[in-house]
Design a protein around this ligand. Sequence first.
Ligand code: ADP
Length: 362
Amino acid sequence: AESGRVRVAIRLRPKNTEEILSDADFFDCVEPQPELKKLKLKKNNWSSESYRFDEVFTESASQKRVYEAVAKPVVEGVLNGYNGTIMAYGQTGTGKTYTLGKLGKDDASERGIMVRALEDIISGASSPSDSIEISYLQIYMESVQDLLAPEKVNIPIVEDPKNGEVTVPGAAVVNIQNVDHFLQVLQIGEANRHAANTKMNTESSRSHAILMVSLRRSVNDKEENSTSFQGKDDRSVLVGGHVIPTVRKSKLLIVDLAGSERLDKSGSEGHLVEETKFINLSLSSLGKCINALAENSPHIPTRDSKLTRLLRDSFGGSARTSLIVTIGPSSRHHTETASTIMFGQRAMKVVNFVKLKEEFDY
Ligand code: ADP
């Protein structure tokens, strides 16, 4: 089996108007060095620390560059039968949704990772027997909600005891035909996310949004069956002289995580610890799983929260994973930025052992 760790990229967003105007009170506390794949975090003019990432994106990095460096290898894995996860982690307002979910309806160059991933999956899986299905979910206060069918709440997450496959059978599933169709569905999901959060009187920054893309490809009529997979992983079987086609299933999860700032607050204000943990149990549990994976612990505590249960077969173990941590430039948020960087640094140590997932379709 192939192996590789979680790829971790850091992306700095451009200054916003407020930051440009309040220039006098704060300074730029980060300095990306993309050629060195390092990011310098400055405490003040005299002291700074440097951190290494797999990719470092300055405020002028394009959506296309970010996609190609961070997401494309995961998407290619999914087209070849591997599960994959792309996540964005960072303080609210640092560009998680811009990076992942931007629709770019007027300007295709602005499209984020979700749309670009679907473009590549749709063109890569173009055989009539291939199918691309999506579900779009939100986890808020440990309740799984359906962003495509908002009346569905508390949807159970199911794990197949035989192969460990994680599914959400109660969620709405849309069979995606083309990119325009996907854009329409994603826009409905976004509108529902906004409406649900308004109704619950919460901000979307407290919930995790998860796009689940399930791909089924029948391998036998594919050219790659006789090339790249031959010998190694071709498991088509001969029954009575007939070749039974193999269906290869894979899954891509694109996860727009809740704002990381609540974790920081739990650290600084003792009495809020419990409340904050409950609001963001999934986020702290993800952090624990990343630490456990980084330490090569035999026990990864994925059952502690809804998010990590959903990620169980797509993160660590048999999947390719990319994490994009997003930060802003201003020293006003030095503490949050530092803690986001440390989360990314821990994730850099995670080793994934990637297995090819395949099943027979009799
Ligand atoms: P988050 O999802 O982390 O809360 P958003 O994606 O909503 O943050 O970004 C906050 C604001 O900053 C939005 O107006 C967004 O368009 C803008 N923004 C974020 N990243 C970039 C970027 N790389 N280039 C241009 N604008 C950006």
